[in-house]
Ligand binder design. Structure first.
Ligand SMILES: *Cc1c(COP(=O)(O)O)cnc(C)c1O
Length: 227
């Protein structure tokens, strides 16, 4: 985390929010924890257990440092609710957000943790991070692939750009776009693109703990075949 961001928000009395919707889960991994150092200083953090905590949709969460801010923002005392107001010791989640009637979303996550244990989550996340790093090493060994951004939090961005080719940037963009389209059409893997530094790149997001290194190798071989 950028130290200046924290200092600036303090100086200017700004709310300091960190969007860890995707990446927050990495805190369970040793390397991930190091990467996320400082996250605890935020006023609030988004984390989506329906992403890297493997929960069914949907379960977006907001963690907040000082829970009194939720109450001071959201508590309403409309007349029609005055007779069912609880006592002070009760937590009424409608005091914590805009929703009055809400589902018991936390149950599924709680049940998963109780059933599989935190260690199973930690192992899965560490496996994903290591798999992306292994994929990076595989791609680096090849003269056909260029790493555009190294494996971080189980995501790696790369493009097909064989050493010595005479393709223009525009042609490389079109080629990599086409590789992604062909992989999707084959239904063998889900490999989409993004744009980084103006370049179309393939973005491999490896957060399924059932994805094996062999799956990755097969996908890359498929990409090369389409290329
Ligand atoms: C997925 C994602 C969101 C959107 O969250 P949803 O709860 O899935 O709508 C926001 N920010 C980041 C960084 C994300 O990865």
């Amino acid at each position: 985390m950028n130290k200046d961001t924290l200092e600036l928000s303090k100086e200017e009395k700004l709310w300091f929010h960190i969007d860890g919707a995707y990446g927050g889960a990495a805190i369970l991994d040793k390397k991930g924890k190091e990467l996320l150092k400082g996250i605890s200083k935020a006023d609030s953090i988004t984390v989506d257990p329906h992403k890297w905590f493997f929960q069914p949709y949907e379960m977006g969460c907001l963690l907040i440092r000082n829970h009194k801010h939720l109450k001071s923002t959201f508590v309403e005392k409309p007349e029609y609710l005055r007779d069912i107001e609880g006592n002070e010791s009760e937590i009424n989640f409608y005091d914590h957000g805009v929703q009055l009637t809400r589902r018991f979303r936390a149950l599924k996550f709680y049940m998963s943790l109780k059933t599989f244990g935190l260690k199973a989550f930690r192992n899965a996340i560490s496996y994903n991070i290591a798999l992306a790093e292994k994929t990076e090493r595989l791609l680096r060994k090849s003269s056909k692939w260029e790493i555009v951004s190294p494996a971080t939090l189980a995501i790696i961005n790369f493009r097909y750009n064989p050493i010595g080719n005479k393709l223009s940037e525009k042609e490389l963009d079109a080629l990599n776009q086409k590789i992604s389209e062909s992989v999707l059409a084959s239904k063998e893997a889900f490999l989409v693109t993004t744009v980084l530094n103006g370049q179309v790149v393939l973005r491999m997001c490896l957060i399924n703990p059932r994805t094996s290194f062999q799956d990755v190798k097969n996908t890359i071989a498929l990409c090369e075949q389409f290329a």
